[in-house]
Design a protein around this ligand. Structure first.
Ligand SMILES: O=C(O)CCC(=O)C(=O)O
Ligand SMILES: [Fe+2]
Length: 465
């Protein structure tokens, strides 16, 4: 039924339902932000080379609406920007959204770290398995493992790492190599927010194409991630696929449109190919440095007979202060403790500890509703762009106050978000709906509590006032 026009000169129309698009539980807001972002972009960016993707949006509260997204049907495969030196590193990273360095970290340091990763993984799995009950199992799982962007049947493991000497040595190499190039994006005071290892085995499924930081969702600035291959990564071991030059709003919009079209039943060329993706086959110690807004994904592994085997990819991310991301992949005790300038070989940056920020971030990362709201409010007071995503998380879990904060933020155009009164009104109405739901729950739990007292998270008055 659906056709994707491969010839830019012969546009065909596609219909899809954005209601089915992944990650779009909040339809009205999603629709409104896509709509307002698309209109000025489509013609200006793609002009007449574009293929027209028309999307029909049905919402419970609105009549079906059409959303048109013009996009070139394919980006040609782009050679990955492997560099011999970092002389043009900053310009390359700005333009391509990534850069790669062959065998930049000494092999023996990577091998030592790979051995540590195996030990830490075995110990963590054993500890989780031997946990006496479900509650302590859940606490341990959260301590050692982070939820991945895309959970598939044959999953990849994201193991948080302790700051052991083997880890520190590789971090020092990364810092000395890359911090000069990253500082203009991040500052020396940039916080370490991910320190973990992606582990996949033979038969691991590929991840869907994604960006770690969405451009459409919030005013968050990019984070910068450094991946290091801790052993050779052959084609059979599912290298990371990168789509150079896709760290922009146009590519993100186009990905959303194409995902919605796929979801509606259209089977076409894989998304990674449509964005010109290429696999980063790496030898031990090779480095990928990536803007977190770039489209990319972990590749699938072949079977063991065909050469699939354990792949360990060190995963290190820094963010600029005032740009707090919506999660960390870091052991709790390391949150807020390390900055980019701690690894560049120069005297460490002189930063005041901020225990309140650290503990709120740790609590919010556990996804407890009240903690997420508290952290969001704390960030908003500090004019930290990260507040928006934390409010969205709390709203997603049903907090009316979070939706009202978002209404204000969108009405005023705060925290890097464009002023958008229509979107603001959606949030206000959603806040009212959530309030009504809360009231109903409070009433029914009150009735129940006459029989037996019960502790309900949402029935408690919000400490946020
Ligand atoms: O495993 C990889 O190569 C990349 C993983 C990744 O991009 C992610 O989990 O967000
Ligand atoms: Fe990713």
């Amino acid at each position: 039924m659906h056709h994707l026009a491969e010839e830019p000169s012969a546009p065909k129309k596609m219909h899809a339902d954005f209601l089915c698009a992944p990650g779009t539980q909040e339809q009205p807001s999603f629709f409104s932000s896509v709509q307002s972002a698309l209109a000025p972009l489509a013609e200006a960016v793609w002009g007449s080379r574009a293929t027209c993707v028309t999307t029909t949006v049905d919402t419970a509260s609105q009549a079906p609406a059409k959303l048109s997204c013009k996009a070139p049907s394919f980006l040609p495969p782009a050679p990955l920007p492997w560099l011999d030196s970092l002389e043009d590193g900053h310009a390359t990273l700005s333009r391509e959204g990534c850069l790669l360095l062959d065998k930049a970290i000494p092999r023996e340091k990577c091998e030592a770290l790979a051995a540590l990763v195996d030990l830490v993984l075995d110990d963590a799995l054993k500890e989780v398995e031997e946990a006496p009950d479900a509650a302590s199992r859940s606490i341990l799982t959260k301590k050692y493992f982070r939820k991945l962007v895309h959970k598939t049947k044959q999953d990849r493991i994201e193991l948080t790492l302790p700051m052991e000497p083997q880890v520190r040595e590789v971090l020092d190499c990364i810092g000395q190599l890359l911090s000069g190039m990253l500082e203009p994006f991040l500052t020396r005071e940039a916080f370490l927010v991910d320190l973990s290892c992606m582990i996949t085995e033979a038969n691991a499924e590929p991840q869907p194409l994604h960006a770690d930081t969405k451009i459409i969702d919030s005013g968050l600035l990019p984070l910068f991630t450094v991946f290091v291959a801790l052993q050779d990564i052959t084609k059979m071991m599912g290298p990371t696929w990168l789509c150079p030059r896709t760290h922009n709003a146009e590519s993100h919009l186009r990905l959303m449109a194409l995902q919605a079209v796929q979801k509606s039943g259209f089977v076409g060329p894989s998304l990674v190919h449509q964005f010109g993706g290429m696999p980063a086959d790496c030898e031990t110690g090779s480095v990928i440095c990536m803007n977190s807004q770039l489209l990319h994904c972990g590749g699938g592994q072949a079977s063991a007979e065909e050469g699939g085997q354990r792949r360990r990819l060190l995963y290190v991310t820094f963010y600029r202060p005032g740009n707090t991301p919506a999660e960390h992949s870091l052991r709790d005790e390391l949150v807020g403790q390390y900055r980019l300038g701690d690894f560049d070989g120069l005297p460490p940056p002189n930063c005041e500890p901020d225990a309140e920020y650290d503990s709120l971030f740790v609590a919010a990362n556990r996804r407890e509703l009240e903690a997420m709201l508290q952290f969001a409010i704390f960030l908003r007071r500090r004019a930290d762009r990260g507040a928006v995503m934390w409010f969205k998380r709390a709203k997603g879990k049903g907090h009316p106050l979070a939706s009202m904060h978002l209404a204000e933020i969108y009405l005023q155009g705060e925290l890097g978000v464009f002023k958008d009164p229509i979107q603001a009104e959606h949030f206000r109405q959603e806040g009212l709906r959530l309030y009504e739901a809360l009231k109903a729950r409070a009433a029914s739990s009150e009735a129940e509590s006459k029989e037996e007292p019960k502790d309900e998270e949402l029935a408690r008055p919000s400490a946020a006032g």
